[in-house]
Design a protein around this ligand. Structure first.
Ligand SMILES: O=c1ccn([C@@H]2O[C@H](COP(=O)(O)O)[C@@H](O)[C@H]2O)c(=O)[nH]1
Length: 234
């Protein structure tokens, strides 16, 4: 039986007070919180600690992309922080991914390194505009295989690529999918989207949702509705 797909709330908010207020309302129903560049650059390690101390698992979405030594050193700088998932870009290459993994093993064995494939804001046109001749699916698969060969156990991709990856990867990698939009909600700049229930049915391990929750009239209720949608998805 496949594992239950879980919600990760993307905590992309302008200030700590509203973020903590939101999290208090979700304690007990939500397990995972994603801290991205917006909050990390403003509040740093203390905020990560605070969210961890509230009982949430932290996904730190820094999308590291640099030479191997710099990425490894950045991973080591997270020592002592309650980070359960951390993102790096797979396009940084095998050497960089291996360096990140080794650094994580030395620093925090609980921290899973996730490889971002192609951002969900990309479509075929934006791929070509950045100089890639492959189709989006080909590029995602190429990077996913490279990540698998480099030893990563989790990937960030769009829900539209789940079937392709499940069919073509050798291992049962965790697939973390942003680009999630409940039926009828604004897609914003996300190009490769799917509803929570369909993503769960298709085989997503975790869905990442930000604005459809954060901008809802009642964010806590919107999050709880998505959690229920995931539980009901068969
Ligand atoms: O390919 C990617 C990788 C990461 N993200 C992040 O997920 C959330 C999505 O937020 P929404 O408001 O639900 O669009 C955001 O933090 C992104 O940085 C992504 O969207 N796509």
């Amino acid at each position: 039986m496949s594992k239950q797909c879980k919600l990760i709330l993307a905590l992309d908010l302008p200030d700590k007070e509203s973020a903590l207020d939101m999290l208090k309302k979700l304690q007990g129903s939500l397990e995972w919180v994603k801290i991205g560049l917006q909050m990390y650059l403003k509040y740093g390690a203390d905020f990560v600690r605070q969210v961890g101390e509230m009982g949430f698992k932290v996904f730190l979405d820094l999308k590291l992309y640099d030479i191997p030594n710099t990425v490894a050193s950045a991973v080591k700088s997270l020592e002592g922080l309650p980070v359960s998932m951390l993102t790096i870009h797979t396009s940084g290459g095998a050497e960089m991914m291996k360096a990140a993994l080794n650094a994580a093993k030395e620093t925090n064995k609980e921290m899973q390194i996730l490889g971002v494939t192609v951002l969900t804001s990309f479509d075929e046109d934006s791929m070509r505009a950045t100089g890639f001749d492959r189709t989006l699916s080909e590029q995602v698969l190429k990077l996913a295989k490279l990540a698998e060969e480099s030893g990563l156990s989790g990937l960030v991709c769009s829900p539209l690529e789940i079937e392709l990856l499940r069919k073509n990867l050798k291992s049962e990698m965790d697939l973390i999918t942003p680009g999630i939009r409940p039926a009828g909600s604004d897609s914003n700049e996300q190009k490769r989207i799917m509803t929570p229930s369909l993503a769960a049915k298709t085989g997503s391990s975790y869905i990442v949702v930000g604005r459809p929750i954060l901008k809802a009239e009642n964010p806590a209720e919107a999050a709880k509705a998505i959690i229920k949608e995931l539980k009901d998805a068969k």
